[in-house]
Design a protein around this ligand. Structure first.
Ligand SMILES: C[S@@+](CC[C@H](N)C(=O)[O-])C[C@H]1O[C@@H](n2cnc3c(N)ncnc32)[C@H](O)[C@@H]1O
Length: 226
C-alpha cells in the first residue's frame, strides 16, 4: 500500500499483542495438549510476533553452530542437523544462511511444522513429536549437530527433555541449545547438564550467559559435545 504509515498508537498496540502472545505461551505449565492447542492458533502470526519483540535466538544459535563446526574442521554442507522444536523454521533459515544443507526438524505442533515446510530449508520434518518423551521418529546416534532454540523456555519442557535430544546425536556431535534466563533460574537445566557431564555423557564446550535472545531478556546458549 503506497504512502501507508503507521501511527505510534498502532505500533504500541501491535507490540502489546505480540508480547502478550509470547507471555501466554509461557503460562502453559508444560501441558502438552495446551501447548499443542496454543501453537495451533499462534502458528500464523508467530514469525511476525517474535520479530516484533526482537527475537534473535535463531540467528545466535546458527552462529554458535557454525563456529563449533568450523572449530572441528568440518564444512557445514557436510553436517547433518536435527533442529529439535523447529517451530516455523526460523533456525533452519539461519542455518541455511550459514551453509548448512542437510537439516531435519521435529516439533510438537503440526501447524508450526507446516510453516517450516514452506520455508524450503528442511530436508525432513515431523510434527506431533513431544520432546518430553524419547523421539522415536529419528535414529539414535545419527546427527552431527542438534539445535534446540526457544524450547527450553518457561511453560514448555522440563530439563529432562535434554536426554531426548541428546539421543539422536552421534558420538562427537555438537548440541547448541538456548535456555531463556527466566527458565534457567527456575528449572533444573544447569543441574541436569552437570549430571550428564559428570556421567561422561556430554562435554560442556561453552555456556554463554545472558546472550542476545529477545528484547525482554537474554538467554544462556549451551554448546555441548556428545
Ligand atoms: C518459542 S517456539 C521456538 C520455535 C523455533 N525453534 C524458533 O526458535 O523460532 C517453541 C516451540 O516449541 C514447541 N514445543 C513446545 N512444547 C514442546 C514439546 N513438549 N515437544 C516438542 N516441541 C514442543 C512449540 O510447538 C514451538 O514450535
Amino acid at each position: 500500500m503506497s504512502g501507508a504509515s503507521f501511527k505510534s498508537t498502532d505500533i504500541d498496540a501491535n507490540h502489546d499483542v505480540s508480547l502478550e502472545n509470547i507471555k501466554a505461551s509461557h503460562a502453559l505449565s508444560g501441558d502438552v495438549s495446551a501447548l499443542d492447542a496454543y501453537y495451533q492458533d499462534w502458528a500464523e502470526t508467530y514469525d511476525a510476533d517474535v520479530s516484533a519483540e526482537g527475537y534473535v535466538g535463531p540467528a545466535f544459535t546458527a552462529h554458535l553452530a557454525a563456529a563449533a563446526v568450523a572449530d572441528a574442521g568440518m564444512e557445514p554442507s557436510d553436517v547433518t542437523v536435527l533442529d529439535a522444536g523447529c517451530g516455523t523454521g526460523l533456525v533452519g533459515a539461519e542455518l541455511a544462511r550459514s551453509g548448512f544443507g542437510a537439516v531435519d526438524g521435529v516439533d510438537l505442533s503440526r501447524p508450526m511444522v507446516e510453516k517450516a515446510q514452506a520455508t524450503g530449508f528442511y530436508r525432513n520434518l515431523v510434527g506431533g513429536v513431544d520432546l518430553s518423551e524419547p523421539i522415536d521418529c529419528v535414529e539414535d546416534e545419527h546427527y552431527d549437530l542438534v539445535t534446540c532454540c526457544g524450547v527450553f523456555t518457561v511453560g514448555h519442557v522440563e530439563a529432562e527433555a535434554l536426554d531426548h535430544i541428546v539421543a539422536p546425536a552421534r558420538a562427537g556431535a555438537f548440541l547448541v541449545i538456548s535456555t531463556r534466563n527466566s527458565y534457567l533460574r527456575e528449572s533444573r537445566f544447569t543441574q541436569h547438564v552437570d549430571e550428564l557431564v559428570g556421567d561422561g555423557k556430554l562435554e560442556l564446550l561453552k555456556a554463554d550467559d545472558d546472550g542476545p535472545y529477545i528484547d525482554e531478556e537474554g538467554a544462556t546458549y549451551w554448546v555441548l559435545r556428545k
